[in-house]
Design a protein. Structure first.
Length: 552
């Protein structure tokens, strides 16, 4: 029942559309009876003379006697003669005059021809009169034949047969659509039983089946619409009273198809130009790609141009080439000269300019970073307050892997505006100085502290022996002296591990030699002054200079 209800609704909807279209075709318009204007070489107006929807002739008009009015009067005269069966169909005669030629039937004027009517045709007025005479005779005979009882009965039978055939076609289409739908339903049920454990494939099968069902409905509806349309057009064309409506109804579909076909043919040269431009642009891009690939692989070497800049430069050059190709292709795009196309282009440009300011800023910042090269992939850097290893440099963002194995995405505009510290740039060539500070009381000889700090640095793996570590006295505080140990390393990416090892070794060394790493708080004056006697200035592991050893 639901399927039948759907069938009847579809047929009713299509019939309604067809009846509305036929009604619109039957309604008179302001341009009925007026032929299209020929503006190629003639500026005068033309109008069609039609009887029962058949084109009899085209006549021209003047300012005082428009072509539409002249065509209407000629049509009325021909119809009046055709209705009077006492007048033979071939009773149309030609009568010559000095300035015109008269076409007369049974003493009634039908048409007057002038030299101006024959001039656009490129023939004489007499030859034009004979042609029009023959055509009028054919139209009168056809007018009477179409209204004879025998022809009307025959056409009525044809109309009933065409309606019956249309119903059969619709029913056959409906039956075929139901059979296909049932077939796919059965197939889906089998897949459901076979693929219960494979939900992804089952989902795809259901989606495909739904798509096929929709396609079946669409094809069925299309067949119903085409069948009803052709049946109505054929039935209307069988009878003289509705033949004009049939021609207009047929034109509702045929005229747009003709216009689209003509437009498509007119765009063929432009499409050929676009294809040629596309092939040339693609060939140029292929050559550019090969050139920069050679630079990136080291096969092509340019002075003062690093290999890492090959792909960013290629993207810029490719963008410029594509923009130039689009500018070249724009005039040849079908419809590019229309106001709608221009309006959409302006709207899209406005939307892009307003909505992508931050994106464009990040793109510019990204290329600025690429060519400034403050860092590269694999470097250990500090951007603002984030320390991490550079894992990816994109046009819009830079990605870091922090010390806690976190992925940090930094917009390139933020990178461009922030302070960037690169720990890896000079580490491999000159070494990165790692430093840490300890506070030791005044009672401990500074020479001993320096020696212990250098010993801790020597025990730390990852620190370089050359250049040698050195100690700086940062401050003479109220309660302690601040010592800073500085040591070189070549592996900036393992800074955290090296720092940890250095701190451990400092603790171990100071414990070994009984020196506390602490800043004593001042409570009261000590019983004995916190002084280092000269004999302890070079307490182990400190080594006195050579001259001091000789004196000792």
């Amino acid at each position: 029942m639901p399927a039948r209800r759907t069938l009847f609704r579809s047929i009713g909807f299509c019939l309604l559309l067809s009846v509305c279209a036929a009604s619109a075709a039957l309604e008179p318009s302001a341009s009925d009876g007026q032929g299209p204007r020929d503006t190629s070489a003639r500026s005068f107006e033309l109008a069609d003379v039609r009887v029962d929807g058949r084109l009899v002739m085209r006549v021209r008009g003047t300012t005082s006697f428009p072509a539409a009015r002249r065509a209407e009067e000629i049509e009325q005269r021909i119809v009046a003669i055709a209705r009077d069966r006492r007048v033979p169909a071939d009773a149309v005669t030609i009568k010559e005059d000095d300035d015109r030629t008269h076409l007369i039937a049974a003493g009634q004027p039908v048409l007057d021809l002038f030299d101006a009517d024959a001039a656009p045709e490129g023939i004489s007025r007499q030859l034009l009169a004979e042609t029009r005479q023959q055509r009028i005779v054919e139209v009168i005979a056809a007018y009477r034949r179409d209204r004879s009882p025998e022809v009307l009965l025959q056409n009525g039978v044809y109309a009933l047969a065409s309606i019956a055939l249309a119903i059969l076609v619709i029913l056959a289409s409906w039956w075929g659509a139901r059979r296909l739908a049932t077939l796919y339903d059965r197939r889906l049920q089998r897949q459901i039983k076979e693929l219960e454990a494979k939900s992804a494939r089952l989902l795809r099968a259901r989606s495909l089946t739904g798509l096929l069902r929709g396609l079946i409905r669409f094809v069925f509806l299309g067949l119903v619409v085409v069948t009803i349309y052709l049946a109505i057009n054929y039935v209307l064309g069988l009878f003289p009273w509705t033949r004009g409506a049939a021609d207009q109804l047929f034109g509702l579909i045929l005229d747009p198809l003709k216009e689209m076909g003509s437009g498509a043919l007119a765009t063929v040269p432009d499409l050929i130009r676009l294809v040629i431009l596309y092939l040339v642009t693609r060939y140029i891009l292929t050559m550019i790609h090969g050139f920069f690939t050679g630079i990136e692989r080291g096969n092509v070497k340019l002075p003062s141009f690093e290999r890492e800049l090959a792909w960013p430069t290629y993207r810029i050059v490719r963008f410029v080439v594509i923009v130039f190709a689009v500018v070249m292709a724009y005039p040849y795009i079908p419809g590019s000269d229309s106001q709608a196309f221009k309006g959409i282009s302006v709207l899209l440009g406005l939307v892009i300019s307003l909505g992508s300011s931050s994106i464009i800023g990040n793109i510019i910042a990204g290329y600025s970073l690429i060519y400034r090269r403050p860092f590269k992939v694999g470097d250990r850097v500090k951007i603002d307050q984030t320390v991490g290893e550079v894992t990816e440099i994109r046009v819009l963002t830079t990605r870091l892997r922090s010390l806690k194995n976190e992925e940090v995405v930094v917009p390139n505009t933020a990178v461009l505006n922030a302070e960037v510290v690169n720990y890896s740039t000079l580490a491999k060539e000159q070494g990165l100085i790692l430093h840490t500070t300890v506070g030791i009381g005044y009672e401990t000889p500074w020479r001993q502290v320096e020696a212990m700090l250098k010993l801790a640095a020597e025990r730390t793996s990852g620190l370089l022996t050359k250049p040698k570590p050195f100690v700086l006295h940062q401050a003479l505080g109220d309660y302690a002296v601040s010592y800073e140990i500085n040591a070189y390393c070549a592996d900036a990416n393992n800074m955290a591990q090296i720092y940890t090892a250095l701190h451990r070794n400092i603790l171990d060394v100071f414990n070994e030699y009984g020196v506390a790493i602490m800043t004593p708080s001042y409570v009261a004056d000590p019983a004995e002054p916190k002084l280092v006697p000269p004999g302890q200035w070079y307490a182990p592991p400190a080594q006195p200079p050579a001259d001091v050893r000789e004196e000792q």
